[in-house]
Design a protein around this ligand. Sequence first.
Ligand code: FAD
Ligand code: NAI
Length: 514
Amino acid sequence: VKKGGFRFFRWTWRLTYLSALAGVGYTSYVVYQMRNPADQPDPDPSKKTLVILGTGWGSVSLLKKLDTENYNVVVISPRNYFLFTPLLPSCTTGTIEHRSIMEPIRNFLRHKKAAVKYYEAEATKVDYEKKVVYINDESEIKGDVSATEVPFDMLVVGVGAENATFGIPGVREHGLFLKEVGDAQRIRKRIMDCCETAIFKDQDPEEVKRLLHMVVVGGGPTGVEFAGELQDFFNDDLKKWIPDIKENFNVTLVEALPNVLPMFSKQLIEYTEKTFKEETIKIRTKTMVKRVTDKFIEAESTGPDGKKQLERIPYGLLVWATGNALRPVVKDLMSQIPAQKDSRRGLAVNEYLVVKGTENIWAVGDCAVANYAPTAQVAAQEGSFLARLFNQMAKTEQIEEELKKLSTAQEKAPSKDDRDRVFANIKDLQKRLRRVKQMGPFEYSHQGSLAYIGSEKAVADISWLTGNFATGGTLTYFFWRSAYLSMCFSTRNRVLVLVDWVKAKVFGRDVSRE
Ligand code: FAD
Ligand code: NAI
């Protein structure tokens, strides 16, 4: 028995050793492949030119699954990286460093089967009739040529949306948005600036209160998540390292509607409002901001008796998160297409995401109107759908080409046997063609909504087999973290985000002003 036990131990040890060795070998191979991509064939100009605008959720999901050998693919975007927006609110307080949620588009494109051309530029106009996109280099360094045009056979518009201000005076001049990396960096800097300025020697007490009043306008998920992150920053770090601000630091969330997070279930709205109360975040619902100055916002609030009253709310930091508006390039394209006349919120598309009134333009994500909410989930699914559609279109063309060749061969076949053989091949190909052409329209599958609300709590409305499942709390927060970690673009992003979380927990967030 002793001998048998020893043998068992020896074999277990050997197996463990071998599997560890295999694991290390495989990881090294994957890392090597990642760092040394294979040579790519150049884009083939004889193929149809597919121009993709944007490097956000919609466009990158399309590129991920697109077989780039089938088209001459050109990508145009002022941002040479993909941004994982769900974790952007965490960058405003330094819980996560912004580079951890950025994935360089160059690395990603370098791993595609055939090379893809990328131009860091903004599309300023799409000429639908001429099939041309006009582009501008908007970067600081400009060469002799900084504006040119790119012709297309097929165009995908995935330029997202810009921040809605509803023309409210002062918003653009004094408010900070939360959409891009630069926005998160500006907010992070402004928070620290407000804190340090508030405790400047001989500061007036009213001015201290103003500077430490952090106002967030918009009670959608962006506003709620940011308010939660900010309060965490104060509770976990700011008040420890700058105790002088403890008494006056306040976060207020202003929302025009009767409640925050209107897209979540009633139970989760109540849970969020209760959690905010505990966290001492003030929620001002039924309060519509009408004007913004450098030191206060002017808002119209509706009291319980229905009476409206105008008031001034002083602020030090103002974050404006009131949703999406159309980008000028999208507005301009819509004005060229009569079928888009009645569309207000973006490019109206059909069930195959073709821009209505066109044949060779598709739209994905926040700039498209397909009766879904403007979310990353929708944009990603639309992008994947288009990749499948384009791969199939290319396959269809290839089969049709082969069929044409076979019909000619059949006509020229010298004997009946040859003709029968070619005929059998034609039958096979026709069957394949029918199969390939069988692609249904786009159908969105809603996986649920998730939002972080601060104090290590999250809310989730999850679509389950049998219906919806609403949950909120600390367990949901762990679910939120693992879901977003698994959804990160690359393994590199996952590792960086994980390290940032550990860093923030162990050392606290960095309170230095860059
Ligand atoms: P985007 O991802 O915005 O990408 C647009 C791309 O177009 C960018 O690369 C941009 O540089 C480029 N571009 C802009 N103008 C031009 C131009 N003129 N020419 C060429 N390119 C141009 N959704 C969720 O489902 N879950 C979440 O948790 C979530 N969290 C979010 C948190 C924040 C802070 C924000 C702001 C949004 C969040 N969203 C979330 C919404 C989600 O980010 C958007 O719905 C999604 O980004 C839309 O994808 P898109 O591809 O349409 O646009
Ligand atoms: P939103 O459109 O969801 O919410 C904006 C809010 O601002 C609205 O509730 C509106 O009533 C309010 N508002 C507008 N004007 C106002 C004013 N003058 N004064 C006071 N309040 C005013 O915008 P948000 O949060 O930026 O989200 C945009 C999109 O991105 C949404 O589709 C959202 O679902 C998605 N998103 C999803 C997240 C998630 O799932 N966790 C996180 C962030 C965004």
